[in-house]
Design a protein around this ligand. Structure first.
Ligand SMILES: C[S@@+](CC[C@H](N)C(=O)[O-])C[C@H]1O[C@@H](n2cnc3c(N)ncnc32)[C@H](O)[C@@H]1O
Length: 251
């Protein structure tokens, strides 16, 4: 399905969008990526239709989606970043996350935020485009990245993509980490059996997030083919509903 035809979305002729004062960064592999079927079929209402993106890119919405756990999860991601480091985030995130991560990285670092959609990159630019550390570009997470990074931060992307994408994205991101650097996933996880939200989340996944429940069965590190090149740690939040998984690449 071609989203740019069906939904009038300006993707086909979009120029690669870049922000920041330093040299322009573009994804070398795909200047204007096509929208994948899953994004159009399942997530148009949430991430593709420009009016909905305007409506939903708000902290209040993020707080509702994440059951008020957004600050705890954001702090968990932020804690893995070092000032002055080079960081890749392969998909846009609604709300204030990008601003907070950009602040931690600081003006001497580089914060590459990429997304497969122009409408999302435009929103990221609105939030952090004036910061010297920010580079925002259109790019598929399966191929994104420019050289090696101290930290790759994959924030709530994996649950939204089909299994073949999960493998391709995880492997690309793993290949982008410097020796000694970190590959971080923050995403859903299987909640405790008696977690009061478990039935609600189960229904949300069934109706709205068809690729998410697999994260209840599989560890995120399993999607990295050569997982042994990393030393893994995992932390769960809110009764197990969310997780942060960090792989440190062996030097
Ligand atoms: C990170 S996820 C969801 C994050 C979280 N639920 C939130 O509140 O924003 C949403 C983003 O992933 C992007 N996305 C989906 N598939 C992608 C892919 N293959 N490559 C890059 N970005 C992708 C979508 O365009 C969307 O902007």
């Amino acid at each position: 399905m071609n989203a740019s035809v069906d939904f009038g979305i300006e993707q086909e002729n979009a120029a690669v969008a870049v922000a920041g004062k330093q040299a322009i960064w573009t994804d070398t592999s795909a200047s204007v990526p096509a929208l994948p079927d899953y994004l159009v079929d399942v997530y148009t209402w949430a991430y593709v239709a420009p009016k909905m993106v305007d409506l939903l890119d708000r902290e209040l919405v993020v707080a509702a989606i994440l059951w008020l756990q957004q600050n705890k999860l954001m702090r968990a991601a932020r804690a893995e970043l070092e000032p002055g480091s080079r960081v890749l985030q392969p998909a846009a995130v609604y709300g204030k996350l990008v601003g907070h991560l950009a602040e931690k990285i600081g003006p001497t670092g580089e914060y590459h935020v990429t997304d497969i959609q122009k409408v999302q990159i435009d929103h990221v630019k609105r939030k952090i485009g004036n910061l010297p550390q920010a580079r925002c570009a259109l790019s598929d997470a399966r191929t994104t990245g420019d050289g090696l990074y101290d930290t790759v931060c994959c924030y709530f992307l994996m649950h939204e993509v089909p299994d073949d994408y999960k493998h391709d994205i995880a492997n690309n991101l793993a290949s982008r980490v410097k020796p000694g650097g970190k590959l971080m996933f923050v995403d859903y996880h299987e909640p405790a059996f008696l977690h009061p939200m478990r039935p609600i989340i189960w229904l949300v996944f069934k109706w709205l997030e068809p690729f998410a429940k697999t994260l209840w069965k599989h560890e995120l590190r399993e999607y990295v083919a050569d997982g042994d090149q990393f030393e893994w740690r995992k932390e769960t939040f809110f009764g197990g509903l969310y997780q942060k998984v960090v792989g440190t690449k062996r030097a």
